[in-house]
Design a protein around this ligand. Sequence first.
Ligand code: AMP
Length: 281
Amino acid sequence: MQLTVAQDVTTLQSTLAALAREGKRIGLVPTMGALHAGHVALIGTVKQRCDAVIVSIFVNPKQFGPNEDFAKYPRMLEADLKLAEAGGASVVYTPTVEDMYTPDFATQVATGDIGKILCGAFRPGHFDGVATVVAKLLLRVLPHVAVFGEKDYQQLCVISRMVLDLDMPIEIIGMPTLREQDGLALSSRNAYLTPEQRKLAPALYQILLQTAKRIAEEGIEIASAQKDTVRLLTDLGFKVDYVELRESFTLKPLTDYKRPARLLAAAWLGQTRLIDNVPLE
Ligand code: AMP
């Protein structure tokens, strides 16, 4: 199938209508572009379950804070289209801000507590912005399936919650994090790292793995394990926002270790904010 590029919702919906007439099963991969192998893996996962994969590329202003990297977020549409097509996408939807948000746009999805904790505490309004754009994308495409990476684990939980709460008839799939050989989670923002920071960055994952092991296998108390991890990362040069063990899915705090749980962290290297998480299953 040749790649269709839909730059506005009208083109998107006429393309989708043609696919629906052919009885195709549709899958959606929402992205902000600057595609890498992690995104391609998401496309591959959807491709296994659907006849046609729709990739959206939209740097969503509503999920960036006033001092965040909206303006400098990497944009490379030509390379993205090539990767999406090679990965097996049928349609790439590349809306403009005006196509997504009309001038009188007023509604916002409120994600509640799950969007206010962890990254939400450091990025106020971020998850409401994410949920709003994802709700619009899900409703515009009405896919059978949509996939999200565990790399953004809180985002996956927020979206799963929203789809359940708002009765959206769409299956949400989580995809394990794709990593560089040294363990660093693939991310479009890794391009911001200096060579020196890039060398240091995989320590975030390695240390989370060590901490998860200490909690799960050695029975170390959660609060002190979290504190030790913050100290270790700080000593290496990270500025840590949080390291937290949480219940999987609800992301509620855990005082006593019980499975399934996730150890989640966010930490800065210079101007770059890295996030990562590991399962304790
Ligand atoms: P983004 O373009 O960063 O908004 O990401 C688009 C989708 O790709 C989200 O569902 C992310 O969680 C997912 N994603 C980003 N990086 C990775 C990765 N390294 N492994 C798996 N999924 C990823």
